[in-house]
Design a protein around this ligand. Sequence first.
Ligand code: GLA
Length: 356
Amino acid sequence: MSVGRTANREPDAMADAPGRVNMLGEHTDYNDGFVLPVAITQRTFVAMWRNGTDAFSLYASELGQTVRFSFDEPPTEHFASYVYGCLMLARAQRADIPGLDIEVRSEVPMGVGLSSSAALEVATLRCLRQLLDLPFDDVVIAQIAQRAEIEYAGVNCGIMDQMASSLAGTDRALLIDTRSLERRDVPLPEDSAVLVLDSGVARTLAGSGYNQRRSECEQAARELGVSSLREVQSLEAIEKLGNDVIRRRARHVFTENARVLQALECSDAAAFGQLMNASHASLRDDYEVSTPELDLLVRWLQAEDGVFGARLTGAGFGGACVALCRTDAVQQVAQSVLAKYNGAGHNGRQLVPAPA
Ligand code: GLA
C-alpha cells in the first residue's frame, strides 16, 4: 500500500476488508429480518505503526488529509470518527491501545451505498486484532463495527453492512438472519452476474431519513404489539394499522423479508430478478427511499435485454442500484444504460464490476 510519512517503515500491522452490495432484503436488518448481501472486489486497506505516544495520527490517502486525535480529544472530521469509534470500543474490551500512526486507502466508492464505512470499520478492527492479538472473531468484529457506527458516527444502522464486510465472499451471497446472526452461503443463479451503477446523486446517511424510517418501524412494531417487525405473522395485521405512513413502512418490511426467503427457493435468474423488481417498487412506494434518478436508472436497467431484475441498493436516498444480468451481457447493459442516463444530463458511473 502506498504510504506517506511512514513510507520508510514497515507497518506493525496491516489488514483490509471489502465493501458490499445487497441483492435483496433492504431496511430489514434493523427489524431483525433477513438480508442477502455479497462482498464486492473493492476493498479498504488499513496499516498501523506504533508511534510511541498516546495519540493517533490518521492519514486518509483518498482525501489527502491527516487528522490527529487522542482518546480524550476526539476528531471532528466525520471519516475519522469511524476509526476513533473502533479504537474506543476496542479499548473498552482491552484497556491498553498504544498511540498509533494509521493510514487508510480505500477502493470502495464512498457515499453510494456500497458500505465504505463498514469496510473502514472492519479493516480497522482487523488491523487492531492483528496488532494486539485480540480475541475477536469475525462476528464480534462486525458487532463492534456496528456499535462504532451507531455510537460514534451517529447512524442508527442495522448489522448487515458490517456482517457482510466481515464475513461475505465475492462469489456468492450471504444470507444473514439478523436476529440470530445465523448465516449461510447462497449461490447466485447460474449464468448471472451483478452490475452496480451509481446514480451520481450523493447520499448522506445520517442527514437523511434513515433514522426516521427506523423509528417509524419501531412505532409500527409497538402498535402491532411485537418486539420487532420480524415477528409479524401476517399482512392482514399490518393492513389494519390506522396511520398510512406507518402501515406502508411495515408492509415493506414484511414483504421484503418474504422476498428474501422466496429468493432462497429460486433456482433461476428470472425469478430472482422479479423479486428484485418487486423490492424496488416496495422501496419506492411503501418505504419511500428512492429518488427520481434511481427510479429512472432502475427502469432503464429493467428494460434491457439481458437484465433479470434491478433495484436500488443500500439505504437509498441517492446512491447506487444493482442489477442481476446475464453474464455475457453485463458490459453491454452498463454501456447502453449509462449512455442514455448520462445523455439525459446525469452523472452515472459503473461501480461493479470495478471498471478496469
Ligand atoms: C444502510 C445500513 C444497513 C441497512 C441498509 C438498508 O446500509 O447501514 O444497516 O439498514 O442501509 O438495508
